[in-house]
Design a protein around this ligand. Structure first.
Ligand code: BG6
Length: 461
């Protein structure tokens, strides 16, 4: 069967400033929480590899954009580093950063690659974290100023903006499950951080619209469809609460401008609601996006709890459900995540049926592989497993579009193997292999496949 995609479909890949630029503390950039945490606790990072060790996009950007062109990308997402652009978090701009981002954007446009620019990818400037990070409402204002500065500087050429990538991850990692700085485990503080993030998002959207630059603004959410173990009401109820906590807590404000009533009631009942101020509801409503980015990696399998909750234990999402390892599920043998391709179609269908069929695109999807060097033959990684992964997900995207979903593109995570938070280089995701020592780039078999697919606007399979 031929899988042909709509005209002008966005074919590309995604990355972020903190994971590719390197030069963590040069070029006038100040530290982020990642530089700070790594300096204090390097053992929390795989093989003690920190945020300075990247593919050096800050230096190699021109060659990397040429490589994007070679792989027939018509779009590419990266982010602007707040700590590089405004080293003190507020106020003065770093002229070297302004030059760098201007040139990078201009070069993408010159090569026929539309830049998709995200503003925040887990990289809180340390100065802002020292003022309380997202727990402090002042930081919401500071972020909106930073966002507005980006619109002012680059908005004449960038027409696709995103306020946040996976805003739930710093909440879960930094305030619930201890895999990001500041390593707090406290639901109420997590809820406050989540709430302030969405206020910051809405304020940035408002500022963008006020400028009338003719482009669009969105947010990128990692959506993990919650599948119940069975049709049993207790399992269904558990899956519903997981969906409220992990998906709808960001999806509803982004697309409906308000939180789900059921979530608000649940948190209120347990004394976990963040503090609101007059005018917040109107602000959230103003944050409804023009475009939604969907990051999809794996689903969430849920069952009802096996045991009663100890009411003296700290309040956690897991009070309401257990995670469930579905027997027979297909796993990525090289990264330990489930692979469930129809999940991407279920997300699109849910958006079409329940959220007014918004303009959206797949902003990340990809397959991490440990020790990927073992698949090299004659100098090229033979990643047929990744080709299958992408092809099979695209088949489901194609079906979603055929049924009417407003899905405009597909971006793979990621272009060149990159540094990934605490996992550093443990899991490789790129279309292009990176030799960290020599900085050499080598296109993998999947990169060649993708280039063909993009130029033919589809594939047969
Ligand atoms: C995505 C993030 O969710 O997962 C990326 O947006 C991250 O920033 C990617 O690099 C892969 O994560 P990991 O843990 O497999 O390296």
């Amino acid at each position: 069967m031929q899988y042909q995609f709509p005209d002008n479909f966005w074919w590309g890949s995604a990355s972020s400033a903190p994971q590719t630029e390197g030069h963590s503390l040069s070029g006038g950039k100040s530290a982020t929480i990642w530089d700070h945490w790594f300096a204090r606790q390097p053992s929390r990072f795989h093989q003690q590899v920190g945020p300075a060790e990247t593919s050096g996009f800050y230096q190699h950007w021109r060659d990397d954009i040429a490589l994007l062109k070679q792989l027939n990308h018509n779009t590419f997402r990266t982010s602007i580093s707040w700590a590089r652009l405004i080293p003190q978090g507020r106020g003065e701009l770093n002229p070297q950063a302004v030059d760098f981002y201007q040139q990078m954007i201009d070069e993408m446009l010159a090569q026929g690659i539309t830049p998709f620019i995200n503003l925040f990818h887990f990289d809180m400037p340390l100065v802002m974290q020292q003022q309380g990070g997202w727990e402090n409402r002042e930081v919401v204002e500071a972020y909106a100023e930073y966002a507005d500065k980006c619109f002012q500087l680059f908005g004449d050429r960038v027409q696709h903006w995103f306020t946040f990538n996976e805003p739930i991850v710093p909440v879960e990692g930094g305030y619930l499950y201890d895999f990001h700085y500041p390593n707090v485990v406290d639901f109420k503080r997590a809820a406050t951080v989540a709430y302030h993030t969405m206020l910051a998002h809405a304020l940035a959207v408002k500022k963008y619209r006020r400028r009338q630059q003719g482009g669009e603004i969105g947010i990128i959410l990692n959506l993990t469809p919650s599948y119940a173990r069975s049709g049993n009401p207790a399992d269904q109820q558990a899956a519903n609460i997981a969906d409220l906590m992990f998906n709808r807590s960001f999806l509803d404000p982004a697309l409906r401008g308000e939180y789900p009533q059921q979530l608000v009631e649940l948190l209120a009942q347990h004394g976990q609601l963040p503090e609101c101020q007059p005018g917040d509801s109107e602000l959230l409503e103003a944050g409804i996006v023009d475009l939604l980015g969907i990051n999809y990696y794996q689903p969430r399998r849920i069952k009802c709890r096996d045991s009663l909750v100890n009411p003296d234990s700290p309040f956690m999402p897991e009070w309401f459900f257990d995670h469930y390892e579905m027997p027979g599920r297909k796993m990525n043998p090289y990264r330990g995540w489930e692979i469930y391709e129809p999940g991407i179609y279920d997300i699109l269908t849910n958006l079409r049926q329940n959220y007014g069929n918004p303009r959206c695109f797949i902003s990340e999807n990809g397959m991490g592989v440990e020790n990927e060097g073992r698949f090299a033959q004659a100098g090229q990684i033979q990643d047929d497993y990744r080709i299958d992964f992408v092809r099979e997900h695209l088949q489901w995207v194609h079906r979603g579009i055929a049924e009417g979903s407003n899905c405009l593109g597909y971006h793979m995570w990621t272009f060149i193997d990159n540094w990934s938070w605490c996992n550093a280089y443990k899991n490789r995701y790129g279309f292009v292999q990176l030799d960290l020592q020599t900085q050499q780039r080598s296109v993998k078999k999947s990169g060649e496949w993708f280039a063909r697919t993009a130029s033919e606007n589809g594939f047969s399979g």
